[in-house]
Design a protein around this ligand. Structure first.
Ligand SMILES: NC(=O)c1ccc[n+]([C@@H]2O[C@H](COP(=O)([O-])OP(=O)(O)OC[C@H]3O[C@@H](n4cnc5c(N)ncnc54)[C@H](O)[C@@H]3O)[C@@H](O)[C@H]2O)c1
Length: 332
């Protein structure tokens, strides 16, 4: 008898929100995740507001012999989330995995200028939508005695070393919502751990996906984004998708509450201000100064090439996806 294959999702039913991609035929985080789950044997419910974009994902899955079904869903609408979960159960019989991908750059500017209507729209889109999906997926997972939820955050909302919110973005909305997703993930993991429902989170770095590339990214900006990681290598939706595949798998069955960076090593290069302050203010200064300075120089060297964590970094053009759908302007 052969040993069981690892990362086999045969018999598992997965829901992926934002399973489409805003660029024809291109690979975003949601599309890559859906394809990889289907490739591993899962039956995948492809939830998206834009049915054409999700159908393109289904076409790609069909081509590989995978099983999926498109369900038109607005994840900001509770009834729509409820109906999408019910439809998934109707078609495939159960729900084991939920991957909450939907999110936008959205509302622009700092607290003094941000359009509060857009702020509330995007808080609902980036954060509340994940609660709404979980509200209806978790009861189905309970029936199966197990479940996995993976939420999409960003390095804009996290820091690998401190596991705290760093901020540093020209807009207040994006890092605030992505930071909220991290803490929500931890809280949900604590609430549902004893039910054998795991809740984890991925924090992609500057991956080259349709969400960013269509927004006026020059070759220089693209190279600067690549330079921010330790590997000097560009990340893609596939890199993010594989991390989500792992976290959703039975092999990750003892992993919950994890905030996983997928960033080629961007986050460890950021200066941890409180950490350095500790060294400089501490009575151990003389002992530690050499170590602190070498660490500082290493960090400063990396940060000389990076715009991560800086509020005045050159911004991409606004992400108008939510503006286009709702008619609410990103800016006042
Ligand atoms: N590209 C990056 O560098 C990067 C980095 C970190 C995190 N992310 C995160 O990745 C996610 C975007 O993933 P992607 O690359 O697949 O993006 P994408 O923009 O190509 O796809 C997003 C999909 O979500 C759908 N959608 C939007 N609003 C919806 C709604 N109300 N209901 C249902 N579906 C809706 C869209 O129709 C689209 O198909 C976001 O959460 C973003 O914050 C991206």
């Amino acid at each position: 008898m052969s040993a069981p294959r690892a990362f086999d999702f045969t018999g598992d039913i997965a829901i992926v929100t934002g399973a489409g991609s805003r660029m024809d035929g291109e690979i975003g985080n949601g599309r890559a995740t859906a394809i990889l789950l289907a490739r591993a044997g899962a039956k995948v419910a492809l939830l998206d507001f834009n049915v054409d974009w999700a159908n393109e994902t289904k076409r790609m899955i069909d081509e590989e012999g995978g099983v999926s079904h498109v369900i038109k869903t607005d994840v900001t609408d509770e009834e729509s989330c409820k109906a999408a979960v019910a439809r998934t159960v109707e078609i495939f019989g159960a729900v084991h995995c939920l991957v909450n991908i939907v999110g936008v750059g959205g509302a622009i500017g700092d607290a003094t200028v941000v359009n509060l209507e857009a702020w509330e729209r995007d808080f609902r889109l980036n954060v509340t939508s994940m609660v709404l999906m979980a509200r209806y997926a978790i009861p189905e997972m309970r029936k199966q005695g197990r479940g996995s939820i993976v939420n999409m955050s960003s390095v804009s909302g996290s820091d690998r070393r401190l596991h705290a919110v760093l901020g540093g973005n020209p807009s207040l909305l994006y890092p605030t919502t992505k930071g909220a997703i991290i803490q929500m993930t931890r809280a949900m993991a604590a609430q549902h751990g004893q039910e054998n429902i795991r809740v984890n989170c991925v924090c992609p770095g500057m991956v080259f996906t349709p969400m960013t590339r269509g927004r006026g990214m020059t070759d220089e900006m693209r190279q600067a984004r690549i330079n921010q990681n330790l590997m000097k290598k560009e990340g893609t939706g596939w890199d993010v998708g594989y991390a989500i595949l792992f976290l959703s798998s039975k092999e990750a069955g003892w992993i919950t509450g994890l905030i996983m960076p997928v960033d080629g090593g961007v986050s460890p290069t950021r200066p941890p201000p409180s950490f350095l302050r500790f060294f400089f203010e501490s009575s151990l200064l003389s002992v530690c100064s050499y170590l602190a300075m070498t660490d500082f120089l290493r960090v400063a060297n990396c940060c000389a090439q990076t715009t991560a964590g800086k509020a005045d970094r050159p911004a991409l053009k606004a992400d108008t996806l939510a503006e286009d759908i709702t008619g609410i302007k990103n800016e006042n």
